[in-house]
Ligand binder design. Structure first.
Ligand SMILES: NC(=O)c1ccc[n+]([C@@H]2O[C@H](COP(=O)([O-])OP(=O)(O)OC[C@H]3O[C@@H](n4cnc5c(N)ncnc54)[C@H](O)[C@@H]3O)[C@@H](O)[C@H]2O)c1
Length: 349
């Protein structure tokens, strides 16, 4: 297998690259990442010089670089191997995205550029160069909020934020390339991930790291919004199965089966860290904040035989352990540009 992984220096991409190195050491991987604020090459330090892996800094919306990579010409031009055509990727796994809802509310433009235009540029390159499988890593947020029951893959897309709208647009483009051009696209729609290497602007790493610094933990509205949580390793295993067995043109919901309110999670985290519950600080709710997400994941379990292995408790304690052991990683992020963003987002509310 020869994979072009995009956005591999971010949270899930990092975990995915590590998973593939471990499970399929013979698979070739090229990681194309623009290294936005969310991309961090530190995450892949142990892997960076391993044979079979290479990093390329670039934008998925840049037609030239995408074309050069998918044709194999990039490798020839950079003399990465004597016979370079053999590095031409046969599979694209597209993680690259602007991924934070709050940032999409401040400015949606980068979300359209990367999530919509970038995906279209990748699809076009994949069509032109005969890619055998295109995995679009999407999200449960494309369905919008549901009070009762669960969304199936056939449910209507009804995104609420500019982030989820841009992901829904990308999903529809993927399906259109399947129908119109028979490009073998497979879409996964996963619930909220937790685990190592998540940028500390997202709920769980923000709460863990603020608690460790004895800083208040901002909670939107009444804190009763419900999300289904999945350990990132389980998501990576699902993607591995989809690469090998997923049906072209199909969508697969991927969930952890762990519905929790934000309040449940923060209470549990504070308990685990032995910190006072008084660190919780309620702030003005996010506009159009979806109340509940829930997925029916019967298709991936019955058709592909995938099931999550981690309970929420096990996933949360593995995540907390990782942040405790990797303090320099998150401390270096929680300074500089990020500190200014944090103040703007939460402290001025
Ligand atoms: N985090 C979750 O809970 C979750 C759940 C479901 C689906 N997803 C999806 O999974 C994917 C990865 O999410 P994540 O949480 O790892 O995101 P992330 O923000 O941690 O990482 C995104 C990565 O993409 C890179 N990137 C951004 N724009 C790029 C561009 N134009 N060209 C190349 N690289 C670019 C960034 O540098 C970064 O390394 C996203 O597509 C997201 O929509 C995430």
């Amino acid at each position: 297998m020869k994979l072009l992984v995009t956005g591999g220096a971010g949270f899930i991409g990092t975990n995915f690259i590590r998973h593939i190195r471990q499970e399929h050491p013979d698979w070739q991987m090229t990681n194309l990442d623009k290294l936005t604020y969310a991309g961090n090459l530190e995450n892949l330090k142990e892997i960076q010089d391993q044979p079979g892996y290479r990093f390329v800094k670039g934008d998925i919306a840049d037609r030239k670089i995408v074309d050069a990579l998918l044709s194999g010409e990039y490798f020839a031009a950079n003399s990465l191997r004597p016979n370079t055509r053999d590095l031409r990727p046969s599979i694209v796994v597209n993680f690259a995205a602007e991924s934070h809802v709050d940032r999409s509310i401040l400015d949606a433009s980068p979300f359209i550029e990367t999530n919509v235009k970038g995906t279209q540029v990748l699809l076009e390159g994949a069509k032109k160069h005969g890619v055998q499988r295109f995995i679009q890593v999407s999200t449960d947020e494309v369905y919008g909020s549901i009070d009762r029951g669960r969304f199936t893959e056939e449910s209507t897309l009804s995104p609420s934020s500019p982030y989820s709208a841009s992901k829904a647009a990308a999903d529809l483009l993927c399906l259109a390339y399947f129908k119109t051009h028979h490009l073998p696209v497979v879409i996964t729609r996963c619930t909220n991930n937790l685990g190592p290497y998540q940028f500390p602007e997202k709920l769980i790493p923000l709460a863990i790291t603020n608690a460790l610094e004895d800083k208040p933990i901002p909670i939107y509205g009444d804190g009763l919004n419900v999300r289904d949580w999945i350990f990132v390793d389980d998501h990576c295993k699902a993607l591995d199965v989809v690469i090998q067995k997923g049906k072209p043109g199909e969508v697969y919901n991927v969930g952890g089966g762990n519905e929790k309110t934000n309040l449940d999670i923060i209470r549990k985290l504070l308990e685990l860290l032995n910190k006072p519950q008084s660190l919780m600080q309620f702030v003005t709710d996010r506009p159009a904040h979806d109340r509940r997400y829930a997925l029916d994941c019967a298709r991936i379990s019955t058709e592909l035989g995938w099931k999550p292995a981690y309970s929420f408790e096990k996933a949360l304690s593995a995540t907390v352990d990782w942040y405790l052991k990797n303090e320099p990683w998150w401390r270096s992020i929680k300074s500089g540009e990020y500190a200014r963003y944090y103040e703007e987002m939460y402290l001025k509310r």
